[in-house]
Design a protein around this ligand. Structure first.
Ligand code: BDR
Ligand code: CA
Length: 313
């Protein structure tokens, strides 16, 4: 089968970085047409820089990186340096990228790519706030029906929030953008915290990355060492979730995940629950289903897949 064409929309972030490496190590299954950076974990200049650092680490400076929106649609940007560090990729020392950003805006790249490629052949993989995707959909509604699928990391239901008691970070940062995407009519698969919190790092899982003996393997281990401390303190857990690689893993091994096709809507008004994803998991309303909302993951197989694919870089 031909590799699935994808655009990774991202705010790296250590876990975003691992997702990018997983994609670039999986050439048979996915072809990365481009990476579009968005403001999220850290401001846009850093996410656009980090995306290029990661491509170079993977030996793929040819992957085009585009800078996108530097702020949510209607709100002030909220960042997560408390999780990811000042650079967004804190942990190991990383060289500055030598590749240049593409001159085109990320939103233009998304629109043009979807218009140029055959309908139903490009999958969008948002790993951060949905600002770039929503802006593209607002500006060019004709592209919505051309999207093959949107597989995104965001939201939470049983796990409720990680940035507020009610909301997951990516959705909270730009709830209006999430609302536009969820109501777009595109096919959507969501990887919420309910999934990602079931696949935590453990010492053997991190050591498997280090034991690869490669630069990408060492970086993933050291990013994880840094990233883990926050969740261990917060949840008292043994390790941390690697949220964003779940999106790419789904493209390669959908059988590792289980969920339900249900109605998911976003709270955009209430100050108390802003950004909450209200998932009708028990189908207690007649609101139409709009997303395949995942709930289960085979964690052992997920980490084995990560190590196997990162070993190829
Ligand atoms: C999401 O927020 C970011 O901090 C991570 O990169 C991930 O995309 C998890 O809530
Ligand atoms: Ca992210």
């Amino acid at each position: 089968m031909a590799a699935r064409k994808i655009i990774i929309d991202t705010d790296p972030g250590q876990d975003d970085a691992v997702a990018i490496l997983l994609a670039l190590g999986s050439l048979e299954e996915v072809e990365v047409l481009g990476i579009t950076a968005v403001a999220g974990n850290v401001p846009l200049p850093l996410t656009a820089k980090n995306a290029r650092i990661v491509c170079e680490l993977a030996g793929r400076p040819d992957v085009p990186v585009y800078a996108g929106c530097d702020a949510p649609l209607m709100r002030k940007l909220v960042t997560a340096e408390h999780v990811h560090g000042k650079t967004g990729l804190d942990g190991p020392a990383m060289p500055d990228p030598v590749t240049e950003l593409q001159p085109e805006h990320a939103v233009d790249f998304i629109i043009e790519t979807l218009r140029q490629e055959a309908a139903g052949t490009v999958t969008l993989c948002p790993l951060g706030p949905l600002t770039n995707i929503a802006t593209a959909f607002q500006r060019a509604p004709d592209i919505i029906e051309k999207v093959q699928e949107i597989v995104l990391m965001g939201g939470a239901y049983f796990e409720v929030g990680n940035i507020t008691p009610a909301a997951e970070f990516n959705i909270y940062v730009d709830p209006e953008a999430a609302d536009i995407v969820l109501k777009s009519g595109a096919r959507i698969v969501m990887m919420p915290l309910d999934v990602t919190h079931r696949a935590l790092t453990t010492a053997p899982r991190v050591e498997a990355f280090r034991a690869l003996g490669t630069e990408p393997g060492r970086m993933v281990a050291e990013w994880t060492d840094f990233f883990e401390r926050f969740d261990k303190e917060k949840y008292g857990s043994q390790g941390a979730p690697l949220h964003d690689p779940c999106v790419i893993a789904y493209l390669i091994r959908p059988d590792l995940f289980e969920g339900r096709f249900i109605n998911v809507e976003v709270e955009t008004q209430s100050p108390l629950t802003l950004g909450m994803t209200v998932a009708d998991y028990w189908r207690v309303t007649d609101r139409p289903a709009n997303a395949l909302f995942m709930q289960q993951i085979d964690a052992e197989a997920f980490f084995a897949l990560l190590a196997e694919r990162i070993a190829r870089l």
